[in-house]
Write a new protein. Structure first.
Length: 202
């Protein structure tokens, strides 16, 4: 009897896991035209279309207002933060999203004062709009990669990619189990040591 119950529990857990994976996939598909922008200061009279116009000029890539289907802030997953709420921009196509992100990467660094925004100067980040599950995995990947002195972690088409050094082959991190790839690929034992956009880990 105990064996039957255990088998039933394991099967239920597997079914739930598969359903969660499918839901996450569908949520990510719904975000495939979205960009998430971090560190845009919050003001009462903020005009997101004007801000996007300033970003467009700063990255030297035209973004027509008709290609911006929606734009709004989203609450942080963790409320214990003083950072501005992130801004989600839904564009008219995935190709446009990819081109905007590519133009942003070429700029290297974008500061709020370059956009004419008041307040303390902050670095503006722009990435693919990931699901909460993928964001959590991305954060774990960055932390572990930094610990083992990997040089690059980035996201492309909602897939988290890691490269240890220039010239090395990149590999994907799709689940928590894949994080062991970072440890197993580390050369010479243990080492010591935040969007798709390539991130050089500091």
């Amino acid at each position: 009897m105990d064996g039957t119950i255990r088998q039933s529990t394991e099967q239920s857990s597997l079914t739930i896991s598969n359903l969660e994976t499918k839901v996450d996939y569908l949520e990510q598909q719904a975000r495939q035209c979205n960009i998430e922008i971090c560190n845009i200061p919050e003001t009462r009279s903020e005009n997101f279309l004007n801000i996007m116009g300033s970003i467009s000029m700063a990255i030297n890539f035209p973004i027509s207002q008709k290609d911006i289907l929606s734009i709004h802030r989203v609450p942080h997953a963790h409320r214990q933060t003083n950072k501005p709420k992130n801004v989600i921009v839904k564009l008219s196509s995935r190709i446009l999203r990819d081109n905007v992100l590519a133009a942003f990467r070429k700029v290297k660094t974008l500061k709020t004062d370059q956009l004419g925004l008041t307040g303390s100067t902050m670095t503006v980040y722009m990435n693919e709009h990931l699901t909460l599950k993928k964001k959590q995995l991305f954060r774990k990947t960055r932390d572990l990669a930094a610990m083992h002195q990997y040089k690059y972690v980035w996201v492309r088409n909602a897939t988290i990619l890691v490269r240890e050094q220039d010239g090395d082959t990149a590999f994907a991190i799709r689940t928590d189990d894949d994080l062991r790839k970072i440890k197993s690929r580390t050369k010479g034992g243990n080492k010591s040591a935040c969007g798709g956009s390539t991130q050089h880990i500091q």
